[in-house]
Structure formats: C-alpha cells, structure tokens
Design a protein around this ligand. Structure first.
Ligand code: AMP
Length: 128
C-alpha cells in the first residue's frame, strides 16, 4: 500500500544495493530481517544504521505495512546492535528521519544509532 509523503519504493536506492551486495558496507550485524552497518559519514564516535531487509520506504511505510515478525525482529536487532556495541552503560540515541521535514535522504527505512559521546538534548535549533 502506498504511503503519503514519499514516492513508491525505488529498488535502486543505496541501501537496497547494499542489501543485494552490489556495493560494500562495514557490516556490524545481520539476521533474517535486518542488516546493520557503519554510516559512511559518521556524526558521532559510534554511528550505525539498521535497515530492514524488506522493501519499506520510510517509518510510515514500515509501521503500516511490515509484518509483526518483521517489526519485532527489526526492533530486537536495533537493541541487540546497541548492546553489542557496548553502548548500554553510557547510553545512546536511536533516530529515524521521515520525509521532507525529517530530511530523509535514503528512501529505504532505517534507524540511526548514535553513541560514544554525550549527544546533547534532542533536536538542534532550526537553520532553515
Ligand atoms: P537519512 O537522512 O536518515 O536518510 O540518512 C541517510 C544516511 O545514510 C546518512 O547518514 C548517510 O551518511 C548514510 N549513507 C549514505 N550512503 C551510505 C553508504 N553507502 N554506506 C553507509 N552509509 C551511507
């Protein structure tokens, strides 16, 4: 089912290509439903992306259309990755960008895990 805010899923997006093994990534974790890898342009000492293997454009698409097993498996993978990266004691941030106001660049649903330093509070002031 199409969701508002973004075009339909484009299988040529960069994360789809990583999932198909067409371009490399620095893999952190993989299971049946999710793949995690280091962000190519890290914004924190630890900056890892977790993507579902299914073709979902955004958080809106994933939450509306993924199966219960995909949703449960995906979020368990996010928690496991953060734990395996030893971020639990110091804390970390999980973030997903959705659509235009969220500045989503890659149209394949993903979450960012940030850690390794004090990340400050919430959302920075608007610049545009
Ligand atoms: P977003 O704005 O949430 O869509 O963020 C997309 C993220 O993907 C950015 O943080 C990019 O640095 C990251 N990114 C883009 N291309 C790659 C790639 N080939 N490998 C790893 N991360 C990437």
């Amino acid at each position: 089912m199409p969701v508002s805010g973004l075009p339909p899923y484009d299988p040529s997006n960069i994360f789809a290509r990583i999932l198909r093994g067409e371009i490399p990534c620095r893999k952190v974790y993989e299971d049946d439903v999710a793949l995690a890898f280091h962000d190519i342009n890290p914004q924190a000492p630890v900056h890892v992306l977790v993507v579902p293997k299914g073709q979902y454009v955004s958080m809106a698409d994933f939450s509306a259309n993924a199966s219960d097993a995909e949703i449960a498996g995906f979020w368990r993978a996010v928690g496991k990755v953060a734990k395996d990266l030893s971020l639990e004691a110091s804390g970390y941030r999980v973030l997903t960008n959705m659509g235009v106001h969220g500045h989503q660049e890659v149209p394949h649903f993903h979450v960012h895990i940030f850690g390794g330093r004090n990340l400050g509070r919430m959302v920075p002031p608007a610049k545009d």
